[in-house]
Structures are given as structure tokens and as C-alpha cells.
Design a protein around this ligand. Structure first.
Ligand code: FES
Ligand SMILES: [Fe+2]
Length: 325
């Protein structure tokens, strides 16, 4: 498959939780491309998931002695993709120079493994610079969704759905009005002004408060929201990082930070998020068109959709085509 999206190729895409990648390779799909990811003592690696010998996925093989060994005929590739051993080759014969795996850039950051299919625009995903230290953290998901990545991101940035899709939890239909707000762009990050939402159960612990939301967009598929309230110094921050698997299927990784309720089991927050995602799933998996329309004439927008409008404009400016229409 040829990926024609020149805007998404230099991006880092989250593919796995660090904890999921242990001693054996795992197959993932990024922008429709099959990739084998594995770990050695030198770090994490990503290869095109295809052995050049007979086209077997390298992810079917195993990691042995810091090399990836193909399951079919045992060719062994080091972390740079060079084939170092062909068991069937007589010892006096050289390994063909073309015997290589196709290597993608791969890094480990924020508790995730990230892959870039093109030339990375930066050494780390841009979101890495915006995750503050010192908070209690918990991962949620990953959640597999049959929806385009940009649709999932826009749903996360959409404040006026909270009172309806998450009624009784993140909103109340009796308080559905959204205050006016603006979106600014600073150093490539889109940021909303505060948006106040009355929430009967803001975080799964049953606390009813007026939450003040600030949304941020760091890259086409990496965003966050930060909530504060008027009655406590609680900070609740949620990062959403989406892997575009195909144009209409994605995997959502979520990292939650909090500076309170340290004794509350993480499971409380995870279960709450699992429930919210199921509520969102009904929307994002049924939206038409499936791909996010970047032509602002295509759907009807209100003032409260300013952030969605800014997001669509940004994707258009960047030239994102994968998952958009
Ligand atoms: S197909 Fe991989 S070694 Fe033959
Ligand atoms: Fe939602």
C-alpha cells in the first residue's frame, strides 16, 4: 500500500503500551501499513512486517539474542535491519547485501511505543513536551474504535455533547448552554479558553462540580483536556493519543493525570472511562460521512463548535488526508 498522506508520514504514531511489548514481536498497523515491533537490549524497533525472502510477516518470528528471527526459514535480522544469518546458506557464502528488513523509526516515550513511517519531524512526539511530571498517572484503554482518527479526536474536543451523550455524568441537559470562548494558537498548539460545564460526576468518584475545561491540540491525533473546578485545587488532565490503523478504524490510548485522590484505586477511573468510551462509541462509529469533512460548508457549525472548526482548519492547513474528506 502506498500512503499518500504527506502530512501524517512524519508524525509519530502510538502503537502499543510499553508494558505490552515484552520479549516477543507484535504486529501493528499504522496508516494501513503492517509493522512488526519488537524490543531488544538496545531499545525498541519497528520493521515493515514482511520478510524479503518469502514474504512471511516478521512478527510471526521471535526475538533471540537481540535479533528478530523469521519464523519461516530462520533468517536473522539485527536491530538495524541487516540480515546477519541465513541458516541454509553454506558457511563459505556471503549473505546477499539485499537481505535487509525495512526499518522504521521507533521510540519509547510517555509509557508508549511510537512509530514513524516517514522521516520524523522531531525526535519525540510533540505531545511529550506537554506532559507535566509530578502527577498520579493511569493509562486507560487502548480502545479499538471503528472510526476515523480525526472523528475520534473531534468528539473528544466537542464540549456540547457532554450533557447528552454522558448525561448524569459529565453533563446535565438542564445546563447545556456553552459559554463563548476563543481558540488561540501558540507554538503550533491550539488551545481553547476556559469552558465551564456543570458535571454531576466529573471523574467517576461522584463529585458534582462546575468543571473548567481547557482543551489543547498538539498534533493531528494527539490532544488533551485539563479540568479544574471552583471548590477545590483538583487538577484532572486527560491525554488522548490516537493510532490511525486504517482510514476508518483506530486505536485510542488515554493517559490520565490527577493531583488528588491518590488513595483511590486507579480501577475506579479506568472503569469510568471505559463506560464513557462506550457512550462515545455509539456516536463516532455511526457518524456520516465516516471521514471528517474539512470543508467547513459540509456541516453546520455553532459558536460552541469553535474548537472543532479550528481543528478542521488546522488539519486542512497541514494537508491531512488520511481519515478526512
Ligand atoms: S520467509 Fe523469512 S526466512 Fe524465509
Ligand atoms: Fe464523549
Amino acid at each position: 500500500m502506498t500512503i499518500l498522506d504527506h502530512a501524517m508520514l512524519p508524525e509519530w504514531h502510538p502503537v502499543l503500551l510499553s508494558s505490552a511489548l515484552t520479549d516477543q514481536p507484535i504486529a501493528v498497523t499504522v496508516l494501513g501499513e503492517k509493522v512488526a515491533v519488537f524490543r531488544t537490549s538496545q531499545g525498541v524497533h519497528a520493521f515493515k512486517d514482511l520478510c524479503i525472502h518469502r514474504g512471511v510477516p516478521l512478527s510471526l518470528g521471535k526475538v533471540s539474542g537481540d535479533e528478530l528471527v523469521c519464523a519461516y526459514h530462520g533468517w536473522s535480522y539485527n536491530g538495524c535491519g541487516t540480515c546477519t544469518r541465513i541458516p541454509s546458506l553454506p558457511r563459505d557464502q556471503a549473505i546477499p547485501s539485499k537481505a535487509k528488513a525495512f526499518v522504521y523509526d521507533c521510540v519509547e516515550a510517555l509509557g508508549l511505543i511510537w512509530v514513524c513511517l516517514g522521516k520524523p519531524a522531531a525526535p519525540l512526539p510533540p505531545i511529550a513536551a506537554h506532559v507535566p511530571a509530578g502527577y498520579k498517572e493511569v493509562f486507560m484503554g487502548p480502545y479499538a474504535l471503528q472510526a476515523a482518527g480525526p472523528r475520534i479526536i473531534e468528539n473528544f474536543l466537542d464540549v456540547s455533547h457532554l450533557m447528552f451523550v454522558h448525561e448524569g455524568l459529565l453533563g446535565d441537559t438542564a445546563y447545556a448552554e456553552v459559554n463563548d470562548y476563543h481558540v488561540i494558537e501558540e507554538d503550533g498548539v491550539l488551545r481553547s479558553e476556559e469552558i465551564v460545564v456543570y458535571q454531576p460526576d466529573a471523574d467517576g468518584t461522584g463529585r458534582g462540580v462546575n468543571s473548567r475545561y481547557v482543551y489543547e491540540v498538539f498534533s493531528p491525533l494527539c490532544v488533551s483536556l485539563t479540568k479544574r473546578d471552583d471548590v477545590s485545587d483538583h487538577i484532572f488532565r486527560l491525554f488522548l493519543m490516537v493510532l490511525p490503523v486504517t482510514e476508518q478504524s483506530s486505536i485510542a490510548f488515554m493517559l490520565k493525570q490527577r493531583n488528588y485522590a491518590y488513595d483511590e484505586p486507579d480501577e475506579v477511573f479506568v472503569q469510568f472511562q471505559d463506560h464513557l468510551i462506550e457512550q462515545d462509541r455509539r456516536m463516532v462509529e455511526n457518524q456520516k460521512p465516516e471521514l471528517l469533512p474539512l470543508d467547513l460548508q459540509a456541516e453546520l457549525h455553532l459558536k460552541c463548535d469553535r474548537l472543532s472548526i479550528a481543528y478542521r482548519k488546522k488539519l486542512r492547513e497541514l494537508g491531512v488526508t488520511f481519515g478526512t474528506a
